[in-house]
Ligand binder design. Structure first.
Ligand code: ADP
Length: 726
């Protein structure tokens, strides 16, 4: 029993087939008593049948059904509120600007609702006065829609034509349709205008409907000057138009309720606020389920932009049974013959349900104002700043969050270059990031400072995306995190600075002590002194790493670039490491071109620091007897011939793939027996990477767990060497 959500089984009430209409035509006269009598008999037979059926059917677990219903109802409710949020964004767009173009509308909407099959269309409906109509039609024709005309034709004081439409193709029939021409649409439109709220229409047949689904529209009013004017008279005067979301009920429900749960019940939706009758809004094609003898029914009420829908979930008892026995078949047949009678009963139930729903709707209307203002508040409280900007770097849209984050009115920012609002020191990096956004279709993330109206800086962490013609970005306030990081860095810098002098002096005194007492010392004392010396050295290394790192991060590390010979740098480092290499019987091979010897441009001391770190890691994280290779070559893989590449290869323990992305973070160490047994701080690679980048190169790693690692970095070639074959 697939609960296919299509209105195919049910027709419009105007065509005389809705349940309510059937009910009224049969019950609103003197036959009422007879009908009630028939109903009682029908019910009695049904009860008898179901009692008999019960012995043949394993009864459906009502709990399961209820659970499925609750889940589906919650999903529909969530979907309704999500779609209304999209509509509110469109309302926001038009409220902040009065010159939104068709292309901008398309880009903006595509962003919100691309591939959203629950939405049939999102539209902009301008208000056009009678005397402005000709100019409006000509303007639209000039936009490339040569045969654009309002339909249906007719003389009216004000027109509300469907103007911007997304997506255009499946909704072309609606383009130019004057919503003021139709009473149901006009009623919702006027209510929305006068209340300033989102208002849904009664169920209607869409202009662009090609199947037989019912549809509904939700209007969001936009007033000149933004906001909602306080009096109805002002609202009527300042109305600029409407954002409009168009839905097909069947598609909407299909999209909201996952297909598997639709297998578990039939769903029929009623709109209870239709003035003259309860109207069926959507139904399954298997509407027999609705009238099935002994069906389980759960009703839920749902607010949809001011209307009350009743969702009726139905399932025949016994659903879920495998092969039915012969007698069960018979019983179903008998029950089937009662379908029409039970129809009365069901209608009756629905009618009383309707009364309750209308009473409830009254109460809901009262609380609507409260809940709407709560929702508005939610938007204002939205933490993130959402913006769009054009390719020239001007804001096209700025969300309300700018008031709180930047102390600025969105309207004061729209149309202006965004760089004007960026901290002067960050403008270059923002311009670079923006260029990257425009070039690629990847999400680009970057942090920068924006200036508040009061001159204070606010750190925003951005995620930006390029949509054809438009930058879309969401910025999160990370000022606090940045401040904490700054304080932490400052603390590390201060502490390490304060430690450096005492550690150096402890080390010096220990050396003196060892020298002076060497002859007179016993074995034990010597070993104490040696241990103290080793620890002092370790501490000195840590302090100097920390100092390097904090100066690198603060951009305070001075390098003194000069031309230097890479071969001699490699040799210097290797001879310093000789004792470690010997201790672990590790062999190093060097592959460096003889002529001409590669000359690099950089700070030799710092390059040696990087080499020392990479080589001592290669030693630390390899088994005794392993091999290390150092290769210097032209950086052929990079496109730049003016770069040299240095590789340090080992066949040691390797690095697990998931650790690679963290390897260059400070204090990161892979957790394995080698790191546990070797001393280290997890700072070496972070420093090396930052140093290489400071010198104009880059550093990266390729590694396979258990087979070894290759750390590579590039450096600019020295000028004298720039054209030599390396
Ligand atoms: P550490 O002081 O721990 O060596 P590094 O920043 O130099 O700090 O290295 C970070 C981590 O990267 C090391 O703890 C180790 O787990 C891993 N690592 C570095 N080099 C190698 C290598 N050649 N082979 C395997 N693992 C390595």
């Amino acid at each position: 029993m697939a609960g296919i959500m299509a209105a195919s089984g049910w027709r419009h009430q105007d065509e005389g087939l809705s349940l309510g209409a059937q009910f009224r035509s049969r019950f609103s006269n003197t036959h009422l008593m007879v009908a009630v009598g028939i109903l009682v008999v029908a019910l009695a037979i049904t009860v008898g049948t179901s009692i008999a059926a019960r012995s043949h059917f394993r009864s459906l677990s009502e709990d399961e059904f209820e659970h499925a219903v609750l889940t589906a109802a919650a999903a529909i409710e969530k979907s309704v509120s999500e779609k209304l949020v999209i509509l509110q964004s469109i309302q926001g767009l038009f409220a902040t600007r009065d010159d939104v173009t068709r292309d901008q509308f398309d880009s903006f909407v595509m962003l919100l609702a691309r591939d959203d099959s629950a939405i049939q269309a999102l539209e902009w409906i301008p208000r056009i006065e009678r005397d402005a109509l000709d100019a409006y039609v000509r303007r639209t024709q000039a936009e490339g829609f040569a045969d654009f005309a309002l339909h249906p034709a007719g003389e009216r004081d004000v027109y509300f034509p469907v103007d911007y439409v997304f997506p255009m193709d499946p909704n072309r029939a609606a383009f130019g349709f004057d919503l003021a021409s139709n009473p149901e649409r006009l009623a919702a439109l006027n209510e929305s205008r006068d209340t300033g709220k989102l208002v849904a229409t009664a169920p209607i047949t869409l202009v662009q409907e090609t199947g037989s689904q019912a549809g509904f529209l939700v209007f969001a009013p936009v007033y000149r000057g933004g906001g909602v004017p306080s009096t109805v008279a002002e609202r009527r005067d300042k109305l600029a138009g409407f954002g409009l979301a168009v839905f097909r009920v069947g598609d909407f429900i299909d999209n909201s309720v996952p297909a598997p749960s639709q297998e578990e019940f039939n769903l029929v939706v009623f709109d209870t606020l239709v003035s003259d009758d309860t109207k069926i809004h959507a139904a399954t094609d298997a509407h027999r389920g609705l009238l099935e003898a002994d069906a389980l029914l759960i009703q839920r009420e749902l607010d949809v932009a001011g209307r009350t829908w009743v969702l009726c979930f139905l399932v025949p008892r016994g659903f879920g049974l495998g092969a039915l026995s012969q007698s069960a078949w018979l019983l179903i047949l008998i029950a089937g013959s009662l379908v029409s009678l039970l129809g009365f009963g069901f209608s009756f139930l629905l009618l009383t349900g309707r009364d309750r729903a209308i009473a409830l709707a009254g109460r809901m209307n009262e609380s609507l104002a409260a809940s709407e203002s709560q929702r508005d508040q939610m938007f204002e409280l939205s933490q993130d700043l959402i913006i769009t900007a054009d390719a020239q770097g001007n804001f096209v849209f700025v969300s309300e969050a700018s008031r709180r984050l930047l102390g600025r009115d969105p309207a004061d920012m729209v149309g202006k270059p965004y760089l004007d609002f960026v901290h002067p020191e960050d403008r270059a990096s923002v311009a670079r990031a923006a260029a990257q956004v425009v070039e690629g279709d990847e999400l680009t993330a970057f942090d920068c400072r924006f200036l508040r109206a009061d001159g204070e800086a606010v750190w925003l962490s951005w995620n930006a995306h390029w949509l054809p013609g438009l930058v879309f970005a969401v910025g999160r306030d990370v000022t606090e995190r940045r401040e904490i990081e700054r304080m932490k860095d400052e603390f590390v810098a201060t502490v390490s600075h304060e430690l450096r002098t005492p550690v150096t002096s402890i080390k010096g005194f220990l050396e003196m002590l060892t020298d002076d007492l060497d002859a007179s010392m016993g074995e034990e004392q010597r070993s104490y002194l040696q241990a103290a010396g080793r620890n002092a050295e370790r501490m000195e290394r840590l302090v100097s790493d920390l100092l390097d790192l904090s100066s690198l991060e603060a951009g305070r590390l001075a390098v003194e670039p000069a031309l230097f010979d890479l071969r001699s740098a490699v040799n210097d480092v290797l001879s310093a490491l000789q004792p470690d290499l010997e201790e672990r019987t590790i062999d190093v091979t060097i592959e460096i071109p003889e002529v001409p010897t590669p000359q690099a441009w950089g700070d030799q001391r710092r390059v040696e620091q990087v080499l020392t770190n990479l080589l001592s890691n290669a030693v630390k994280y390899s088994q005794p007897g392993a091999r290390i290779e150092v290769v210097v070559a032209s950086d052929d893989e990079g496109d730049d011939p003016s770069m040299l590449r240095v590789e340090v290869r080992d066949n040691g323990i390797g690095i697990p793939p998931e650790a690679i992305e963290h390897l260059f973070e400070k204090f990161y160490r892979v957790d394995n027996s080698s790191t546990r047994s070797s001393t280290g701080t997890g700072l070496g690679l972070a420093i090396s990477k930052a140093l290489v980048e400071l010198l104009g190169g880059r550093l990266w790693v390729e590694s396979e767990l258990g087979r070894g690692s290759t750390f590579s970095f590039t450096l600019p070639r020295g000028a004298a060497d720039a054209h030599g074959p390396a």
